[in-house]
Ligand binder design. Sequence first.
Ligand code: NDP
Length: 240
Amino acid sequence: MVEVALITGSSRGIGLEIAKRLAKVGYQVVLNGRREISEEVLEQFSNVPVPVAQVTGDVSNFDEAKAIVGEVIDRFGRVDILINNAGITRDGLIMRMKEADFDDVLNTNLKGAFNMCRHVTQPMLKQRAGTIINMSSVVGLIGNAGQTNYAASKAGLLGLTKALARELSSRHITVNAIAPGYIETEMTESLSDRVKETMLSQIPLKRFGQAEEIAKTVEFLIDNKYMTGQVLEVNGGLNM
Ligand code: NDP
């Protein structure tokens, strides 16, 4: 039986690296983003043992999230792994932050994960097995000026992770979170050089992380069935 891994927000960045790693070792990977996955990205999967699939849809919308999971079940009959990775930022100091900036970030990062967990739980309960991994952030643990919305969403994910881990543990479904530090992707590319330099000076390992290092952590969590309700920090020592 080929296990099915659904990775939200996997058209680029961390999600794409996770998808590549899981596809390489033989999972049926299902890519997701709000937009169609580009040919250029799909080409990166040309040599994997099981051809990848894609299901587009917005995780922040309850019904679309239901449709995403529904399509995966229709096509493959199961879903073994859910990686809630889709995320956005709308940074700004609170005095200037628009209400929509707060709502959009919470709706994607936190409610999006809830929506996906909500719809994936039934098939996983039937299977009596499953792995859910939520992509939090170091910012959810230690905060960051200018990111009240993002920090709240990522801290909220940790509560969701632990509560759900307790709910689903009797059915052998594990729920964990990863809290990456500064990882080089499009999301972080837009930061100014000054902000980047300040961040670098605070990281004990004196470098930014690579998406591949998060993908390795995902693989470890999938393989380790005796871990649940945990937060794995991958941040070069930024928080210790
Ligand atoms: P990117 O901005 O590079 O990629 C984000 C992905 O999410 C894209 O595939 C995007 O595709 C998708 N996406 C965004 N909104 C939605 C939505 N509503 N529904 C479905 N898909 C969506 O981000 P990163 O790779 O940098 O980050 C991935 C995750 O890791 C995020 O949750 C982020 O918060 C977290 N993280 C990142 C860190 C970093 O330093 N990069 C540090 C800590 C945590 P599309 O635009 O087509 O929808």
